[in-house]
Design a protein. Structure first.
Length: 177
């Protein structure tokens, strides 16, 4: 979607970003994401009360968490779709590096929460699973490398993407199931 914001639609220098974004955004994709989010909330309203009661929470505890985290994710999605492709690539490279370091340090500083696999960092108030952050950054980074491979004298992007995927899988495979 970021390509559309800065793509073929002629823009004036001082155009406000929101109208420009709305003119160029893929409204069908945005609608599909919002529809899936709404369906997920609807299903959560049906499934949350029995599970929350069994775990000692308020009836709609899980729905409230879904609304919170889903709203944050939607906000990040909208902000990222307004950025230039170069900005998105920079964020992906830095984010991928940080997430990979966090993934590599899991055996030393991670916790297993009694589940056998050390895949989380406990923060006291919650936990973080670095592999969930590696995935979106890896997708953007791989897409960039594969696209760059099509340039004249471009890097072997497919080989680099495969190598990164194998490294990620290797670190994940070190964890017991």
């Amino acid at each position: 979607m970021t390509e559309m914001v800065y793509g073929s639609v002629p823009q004036g220098r001082g155009d406000p970003i929101l109208p420009k974004w709305w003119r160029t955004i893929d409204k069908w994709s945005l609608g599909a994401v919002l529809l899936l989010f709404g369906i997920g909330l609807l299903l959560g309203f049906a499934a949350s009360p029995p599970l929350a009661e069994r775990n000692g929470f308020q009836p709609f505890h899980y729905v409230e968490r879904q609304i919170l985290f889903g709203s944050v994710a939607m906000g990040v999605m909208v902000v990222m779709s307004m950025m230039t492709p170069n900005s998105v690539r920079r964020i992906a490279v830095v984010g991928f590096g940080v997430a990979m370091v966090a993934l590599m340090l899991l055996p030393l500083f991670g916790t297993d929460f009694g589940k056998g696999a050390t895949r989380w960092y406990s923060l006291g108030f919650g936990s973080i699973q670095p592999s969930e952050f590696v995935k979106p950054f890896f997708v953007v980074l791989s897409a960039w490398m594969i696209a760059a491979a099509n340039d004249v004298a471009g890097p072997p992007g497919r080989a680099y993407s495969l190598l990164l995927a194998l490294i990620i899988v290797g670190y994940l495979a070190l964890q017991p199931d």
